[in-house]
Design a protein. Sequence first.
Length: 277
Amino acid sequence: MSKIKLSKSFISDRVKLALTEDLYPDGDVTSDLLQNNKIVTAKIISNQKAIIAGLSFAKQVFAKVDNKVKILIKKKDGSQVSKGAVIAIIKGKANSIFIAERVALNFLSHLSGIATKTNEFVKLAGKKTKICCTRKTIPNLRVIQKYAVKLGGGTNHRFNLSDEFLIKDNHIASSNIRELVSMAIKNKRGKKITVEVDNLNQLKQIMGLKFNTVLFDNMSITNLRKGVKLAKKHYETEASGNISLKRVKSIAATGVNRISVGSITHSAPAVDLSLEI
């Protein structure tokens, strides 16, 4: 899988886009009413238990709005905080802090939400089963969403379509499963091959072929357990489809190597954070 690189230039570019979205075309017309340039001190506070993520983005937001604003980071990315914890202390002109506030909190709340939700799944799955994210990400935010997954203790799945072969149900519906796998093996060029199956008959059709991972999709616990037993000596095993906090522990108990969860990126609730003067 492609490595996630959060370089200074990458962070700067994403923050610039976010600020342009929030300030175009006339800036913060309300904060511009503050003419006294009063220096204030503000705190970013977590209003719930959470795993924090996105501090480098938040810090860059304040710096781009006003490079004279000082920000003291009190918690590190990936740290677990309790309700009421102070995440950062900011000091600078009031209007500068108000301009940066929402964009900074949006980055922090969204990424912390992903890290927090991922961590809930990780704890329930246990040490023997990895929790993976998917490509179900917000367009143009995939890199930072997958970064947040890692902070929550999760593992990144393929980053994009070129990373590995993933033969899914629609591919299979359009062709023959064994032929598709055989073609992927001939053309793999060092890439991993994962094959999705939704029943045990499909698994039996491809047993013996040299690929990497069997992805069991939307299977009952009973059939998943049978599938893992058949495949585990020959392939890595993965489960997906309707994965919830209620079900993840029983899915992990089947012995599957990893569980992919789309919801940790596409619908993780934002962490409740606030900036208070």
